[in-house]
Ligand binder design. Structure first.
Ligand code: ADP
Length: 367
């Protein structure tokens, strides 16, 4: 059995995966780490996780790490040097990597006899060519501070790409896909033959699509403008773009279910938020169709992608001249293939399972 840990700053999500029986296994969440009413620290959270599982049955631990920088292009067995390298990447992902590091430290202390593997969200995007990964800024500045497009959601993207190929009964090598991972964070990725060739997230997970609380794309001059005219310092600008933007900024709520409810009851702000969200997706599909040349399938995944027919329909509306069509009944029923039979571009809804994918990659490396 493989223990998969997804450690955030104040929570640890876990799953015990039996690769022979994917439906089995404990899963859960320890929240409010270091907060009133919660456990004091990650070590205590791990204690709680391990209390609930048969620790003796755990053969390896897979850790989700958000940012692997330029250093990690594949899962690695964690040793002290790897942990140091992940620490050095904290400036690139200050909101995400520290939780992962604390999770690794606590888990290694509790389970010292089994191998620990770090699986990076960025790794799948290492194949993005320089033309798509490079920002057009001073090249020395970019090189000194490692400023480039890294991309995220890679584990999910790789997993649903393979599942989509299974679903369509076609080899992944022959497929050109646009994968839309629409959760709290959201990204679009162009996948050619199972390899990422472009993605909407960049140096950090802020770029690209509209998200629950993150703005996604905007004019890069907006932060300097806010600093000049509103007197906001860089921390305040970062805070508004990361935590008070996206659906929350536009509609006052960050959960797509609530946005849809408010829109249905005539809330104009919610209607605009929905339109901006779907327009951005449509724009990226067009851009990535151009990047790929030929498009075989569009794949929706994660909370919104798997459960919101209205978002899928609105995002793809008007694309019929490109062979993109949605069968309304299939879409409403959240079927796995929601395009009509024989459509030029298949449209799929594929549930993601990052924990299972991390367990598979962990097992492939150490078992
Ligand atoms: P995370 O990125 O945290 O893993 P998920 O993939 O679970 O998140 O996606 C969470 C989002 O999915 C929620 O914010 C919610 O807006 C959306 N969601 C979940 N179920 C539905 C639904 N039935 N209809 C619309 N949106 C949904």
């Amino acid at each position: 059995m493989i223990l998969v840990l997804n450690s955030g700053s104040s929570s640890v999500k876990f799953r015990v995966v039996d690769l022979a029986d994917p439906a089995a296994g404990e899963r859960g969440l320890v929240e409010k780490i270091g907060e009133p009413g919660g456990v004091p620290d990650h070590a205590a959270a791990l204690e709680e996780v391990l209390d609930g599982v048969d620790a003796a049955a755990i053969e390896a631990v897979g850790h989700r790490i958000v940012h692997g920088g330029s250093r990690f292009h594949a899962p690695v067995v964690v040793d002290d040097a790897v942990l140091d390298a992940v620490r050095e990447l904290v400036p690139l992902a200050p909101l995400h990597n520290p939780g992962g590091i604390t999770g690794i430290e606590a888990a290694r202390a509790k389970l010292p006899a089994v191998p620990h593997v770090a699986v990076f969200d960025t790794a799948f995007h290492a194949t993005i060519p320089p033309a798509a990964a490079t920002y057009a800024i001073d090249r020395e500045l970019a090189a000194r501070y490692d400023i480039r497009r890294f991309g995220f959601h890679g584990t999910s993207c790789a997993y649903v790409s393979a599942r989509a190929a299974d679903l369509l009964g076609r080899p992944l090598d022959d497929l050109n896909l646009v994968v839309l991972h629409l959760g709290n964070g959201a990204s679009a990725t162009a996948v050619r033959g199972g390899r990422s060739v472009d993605t909407s997230m960049g140096l950090t997970p802020l770029e690209g699509l509209v998200m629950g609380t993150r703005s996604g794309d905007l004019d890069p001059a907006v932060p300097a403008y806010l600093h000049r005219v509103a007197g906001m310092d860089f921390a305040a600008v970062d805070d508004t773009l990361q935590r008070h933007a996206g659906l929350l900024g536009l509609a006052g709520v960050n959960d797509m279910r609530t946005v849809l409810e408010h829109r249905a009851s005539g809330d104009e702000a919610a209607a605009l938020a929905f339109d901006v969200y779907c327009h951005r997706i449509r724009k990226y599909i067009g851009a990535f169709h151009a990047v790929l040349g030929r498009l075989d399938a569009i794949v929706f995944t994660a909370g919104v992608g798997e459960n919101a027919p209205a978002v899928r329909a609105a995002s793809l509306s008007g694309l019929e001249p490109w062979g993109v069509t949605v069968d309304a009944a299939r879409n409403e029923a959240n079927e796995r293939v929601i395009s009509p039979d024989g459509a030029r571009v298949a449209v799929c809804v594929v549930p993601t399972d990052e924990e299972h994918a991390i367990a598979e990659q962990t097992a492939a490396l150490v078992l």
